[in-house]
Design a protein around this ligand. Structure first.
Ligand SMILES: [Zn+2]
Length: 150
């Protein structure tokens, strides 16, 4: 658990809705900055193909969308509120079956990209397409990590 995460955990509810800073988004990102990072994050959690994962692993996925701990927490809270995930003893369990899965596609594009997760330069970028928007690019191994499709 990153210390920044822990520090904010107790205080977020008194802060109201956290500012949605987009400053951390990669400049290499396409210009469609209207995507709501919370919707994107909830979509991402809803589509994880893991039985369960640690909060740290969930944060690893969420940090591909935002490194702002307040925003990351909002993503987790929103996902839990909507029944997309269950949280228990530091574990995240994506719920299956009881909720409609978000439509998801992984699209592949050739070009010059930087992996959103590990920063590697890519010739082939993989993007996850959600209803809430597109998330990526990722390299071929990071896309499997992020989706949980190992
Ligand atoms: Zn990567």
């Amino acid at each position: 658990m990153p210390t920044s995460w822990r520090r904010v955990a107790g205080s977020i509810y008194s802060l109201g809705v956290p500012a949605r800073a987009n400053a951390l988004w990669s400049p290499a990102r396409p210009t469609d900055v209207d995507e709501d990072p919370v919707e994107l994050g909830v979509s991402l959690l809803a589509n994880l193909e893991h039985e369960e994962l640690s909060l740290a692993d969930a944060m690893d996925r969420i940090e591909t969308i935002t490194t702002d701990p307040a925003l990351a927490r909002e993503i987790l809270d929103t996902a839990e509120l909507r029944g997309v995930i269950e949280r228990e003893d530091g574990l995240i369990r994506p719920k299956r079956g009881t909720y409609v899965r978000f439509e998801r596609d992984v699209v592949r594009r050739e070009g010059e990209f930087t992996c959103k997760r590990c920063g590697t330069a890519l010739r082939t970028g993989y993007f996850i397409r959600f209803e809430a928007g597109e998330h990526g690019p990722f390299g071929s191994s990071c896309i499997r990590t992020v989706t949980g499709r190992e």
